[in-house]
Design a binder for this molecule. Structure first.
Ligand code: NAD
Length: 357
């Protein structure tokens, strides 16, 4: 099993180093090969996604990704900016399904901005379609407004579209994920206003016929946003399009208190995937040794489960993370009175020690 390790920028190398330590502490050895990406790719090879890095990602069985981006690259032309590496990897590897679990460990209930009784024990999975929707639809741009009261002025426009096959494949991923969990799926749309999402709803309803053991309901995105902060524990699995998923998954992330705890997976049609923490490169804390590595360590666990077929090893890592939280160890982002503050390295070491027990 070969894993491409792409640490990236900012806190990326610090947190990925902890996940690598954890992978190396498992019973099974994996072949790990590291390559630069993002700003580091630009520095090393003049491009955020160097050819050799892309070739490694394609050849590997899975990719473990840190984070990319730094303010110092903001003046580069858009195709050379670090964030383009993520879009390039998604496109080249055909990663169309983004899985983001939002789990609130009981020990961290106080870290959420919501009341503990609303979020304690939260365990939901948001599945976001990643390669379609208004983010990629053509045509787009700025043109002369052709009609209406603003005729003749400049207008910005984008195109929302989803092909039937795109909706079917993400629906299958979602129904299958729901089968492995609480067997409830909520499809989020805006069918009352958007043709694209009436079509989405019709296709998801049709795919449901193949999964009679899963209970499906449909919810408008505005209501879903409200329910996520009102009664988030009512959800099991949520599936939605690229733009709605972008927004809802960040809202769900904050239910758990810290973005430093949240892993993610982006999968292709064969369950090959790229695994990364849900947060960015956090340039404000890079190099200080205080970043929370748990989202990255939990991403490595997801990688073992979804792409490498090693569910037992994934369970071991997840249990080790629960154990260090139960011991009261906290990086500053999740620190509370009465717990023990530790740095990035110490947190990684504690997970390794808990694995050994
Ligand atoms: P960010 O997620 O990097 O940081 C937001 C806040 O959360 C910061 O205060 C940061 O210190 C904190 N934070 C993030 N991860 C943390 C961790 N593991 N432990 C403790 N605290 C943590 O978002 P941002 O500041 O908006 O963006 C910074 C850079 O990251 C930008 O260049 C942006 O483009 C990039 N970015 C990259 C990705 C990615 O690589 N997938 C995703 C989002 C943003």
């Amino acid at each position: 099993m070969k894993i491409a390790i792409l640490p990236g920028d900012g806190i990326g190398p610090e947190i990925v180093a902890q996940a690598v330590k954890v992978l190396n502490a498992l019973d099974e050895r994996f072949e790990l090969e590291t390559a630069p990406v993002g700003g580091a790719g630009y520095e090393a090879a003049g491009h955020p996604l160097p050819e050799a890095t892309l070739a490694l990602a394609k050849a590997a069985d899975a990719v473990l990704f840190g984070a990319v981006g730094d303010w110092k690259y903001d003046t580069l032309d858009r195709p050379l900016r670090p964030e383009q590496a993520i879009l390039g990897l998604r496109k080249n590897l055909g990663l169309f399904a983004n899985l983001r679990p939002a789990i609130l460990y009981p020990e961290l209930a106080g870290a959420s901005t919501l009341k503990p009784e609303v979020v304690s024990g939260l365990d939901i999975l948001i599945i976001r379609e990643l390669t379609g929707d208004i983010y990629f639809g053509q045509p787009r741009g700025v043109r002369e407004c052709p009609d209406g009261p603003f005729k003749g002025q400049r207008e910005g426009f984008d195109t929302m579209r989803y092909a039937e096959g795109e909706i079917r494949r993400i629906a299958h991923v979602a129904f299958q994920a729901a089968q492995k969990r609480g067997k409830r799926l909520t499809s989020v749309d805006k069918a009352n206003v958007l043709e694209t999402f009436q079509f989405w709803k019709d296709i998801v309803t049709d795919v449901h016929k193949e999964y009679p053991d899963v209970a499906l309901d449909h919810m408008y995105v505005d209501n879903a946003a409200m329910q996520l902060v009102r009664a988030p524990k009512k959800f099991d699995v949520i599936v939605t399009g690229n733009m709605f998923g972008d927004i809802l998954s960040d809202a769900a992330a904050m239910l758990t208190g810290s973005i430093g705890m949240l892993p993610s997976a982006s999968l292709d049609a064969n369950n090959k995937g790229l695994y990364e923490p849900s947060h960015g490169s956090a340039p404000d804390i890079a190099g200080k040794g205080i970043a929370n590595p748990l989202a990255t360590i939990l991403s490595a666990a997801m990688m073992l489960r979804y792409s490498l077929g090693r569910a037992e090893q994934a369970d071991r890592i997840e249990n080790a993370v629960k154990a260090v939280l139960a011991q009261g160890l906290r990086t500053p982002d999740i620190f509370e009175e009465g717990t023990t503050k530790v740095g990035t390295e110490q947190m990684g070491d504690a997970v390794v020690a808990a694995l050994a027990k």
